[in-house]
Design a protein around this ligand. Sequence first.
Ligand SMILES: Nc1ncnc2c1ncn2[C@@H]1O[C@H](COP(=O)(O)OP(=O)(O)OP(=O)(O)O)[C@@H](O)[C@H]1O
Length: 723
Amino acid sequence: MPTTKLFFSPLRLLHLPSSSSSSLTMKPPSSLFLSRPSRTFFPTFPFKFKYLALRNAPFRALSTRSDSTRRKERPRLSSPSATPKSLIDDEAELSDWVDEIRTARVDSDFGESTRNRRQVRRDTNSNSSFSRNSGFSQRRFGRELEKEDNGGFRTRKRRGVELNRGSGGKSLSRKPKPQLMSDDEDDEVVVRKGFKGFLSEEEEEEEEESGESEDDEIVRKSRTALFGGTKQQQPAPAAPRASSPSGTDSYLSDTRFDQCSISPLSLKGVKDAGYEKMTIVQAATLPVILKGKDVLAKARTGTGKTVAFLLPSIEVVANSPPTERDHRRPPIHVLVICPTRELASQAATEAAKLLKYHPTIGVQVVIGGTRLALEQKRMQANPCQILVATPGRLRDHVENTAGFATRLMGVKVLVLDEADHLLDMGFRKDIEKIIAAVPKQRQTLMFSATIPDEVRQVCHIALRRDHEFINTVQEGTEETHSQVRQAHLVAPLDKHFSLLYALLKEHIADDVDYKVLVFCTTAMVTRLVAELLGELNLNVREIHSRKPQSYRTRVSEEFRKSKGLILVTSDVSARGVDYPDVTLVVQVGLPTDREQYIHRLGRTGRRGKEGQGILLLAPWEEFFLSTVKDLPIEKAPIPSVDPDTKKKVERALCHVEMKNKEAAYQAWLGYYNSNKKIGRDKYRLVELANEFSKCMMLDNPPAIPKLVLGKMGLRNIPGLRSK
Ligand SMILES: Nc1ncnc2c1ncn2[C@@H]1O[C@H](COP(=O)(O)OP(=O)(O)OP(=O)(O)O)[C@@H](O)[C@H]1O
């Protein structure tokens, strides 16, 4: 049976006798497998070989080095342009900066880039089925086995020196402390309730009410328009996925949590959370952080960075003397900054899990989208030593909440999650203000899956000189997961909607447990695509910054728990959001930059699971591929879309609300206008926008307010209609 054919046939794959693939036996790099015998593996994902071997191998590290002695990083690929982030999808509480950010510059080997958008984050466990490696994607952009044998595996080795740092840490004992949490803030309830547990019913209600005005504000500020409702089907409830032979534990090290110097109470929390062994990034960073060092850590998406910074931070609080005085406003010892609300909520939920047996340590989250006064009340009712916040809302509290600035003077650990994003031009000013508001004598931890060189250059803003850079992504290896199959598809814009539909249908047919994220360029384009897919009877939800926070929370929770569901999303889901078992990530249109591509893709393939990623570009967006050419992204042939499907999509487009098309057109124009490369030629930009308008089945491009056109620098460009 020819191996290449086997690769494309899920049924045959299932029946493949394990011994039939002697040709598949690969010799692992000696540095990796030491004395381990070579093995025979399932042909579809020969590279998982590495993971199985790693799981059993003694924990091997990663580069960990002091900044002063660091080696030069793998050079970044030059790119024609870094795409500025959209003005359209900004977080509400941060949108004041839009104008400032539009003109901001980031010097990098990508060239200058303005970055002005916020994004978001996270998953749990599961395994994938064979069908996930088959069907459309497998047939159309599956890698051939020979190719994989010869080349695909070659760069996927993990090297490094043994860390062997031991368990430098602090005393496990802790003095009893006053009970700071209120009676109704039962830890278990908080954990069970997840993010919702951090928002009172009242806040949810209030925020729902205020959602509209908040949205209006965003609309005004970011100069885009409206939104409406989408059809909703009930998704299937999530069931534990069957274990897949190709799922791996490669993200885990051999070090158990109980081998580290963490308090027994934390250990109990860790155990209850279901964690036994540390992930690679946790094992690499924990001993260093426990020693009190500043750390900048880079680890692939979905490999447990949140616990990596939370656990040692909790230890700092646990080892601090109890706060007696004015316990209604205890000092905040740990301040975690996340770029988005979802991410902040998720981190707070994870912290609450780990704090289950620490009755005297409280965690609170402050994010935009809820009323400041309600947050103030909640913080007063439930004092905390650990605060998770989005930058804009934190600034609000510093400026408007009595005693808050004083509480911040107690910060011992400052964490910047998604550090690169927080330090880019969109957030830099807020971060600088936050840093000025916390003591100089503190420990700072910065984590991300991507840390571009230009961001490393500004790390000194937050980190001490002698910080350690712990990079678990070895030089010469890809920043993405090898068990996530990546493909790009370049097709004319007028085919995109049909292609997206065909791709999704095929994926759904392949995997009954499908769970798909479709990333769109802006909030309003997200809305349009969600409505279209809903019209096409796909089971769809949408999430973006124009939705009230309570809606975002609800949909996010639903998607987390479901299978058989497609979530159409803007970049609010790009970073860190931990949805379990995402089977496919589709990115429609130009990602804002290389990092964004990696983070979006990172919503699948978490915790060592398999996944697929498809990037759908128009020919004039193809330049983006040069920025990710070191990643294993296969070129996929354009699938043929049968005339019936095309007609069906066109009919569905005709049912999409006009106001949503108008809003999408304007947002689309704004997004690509802010792209340095595409926005440079305004005439061409308008031609392309009008092509997009035609794709939405509009005879004439929608008119745009003169004021908006002026602000976009598009006045008097032929082809545009103004009102
Ligand atoms: N030691 C562990 N053992 C098993 N699972 C773990 C462990 N630590 C964390 N996890 C789980 O791994 C998943 C991914 O963790 P997390 O969201 O922190 O990843 P991340 O590296 O921050 O990802 P991203 O880069 O996308 O933000 C979560 O579901 C978390 O509960």
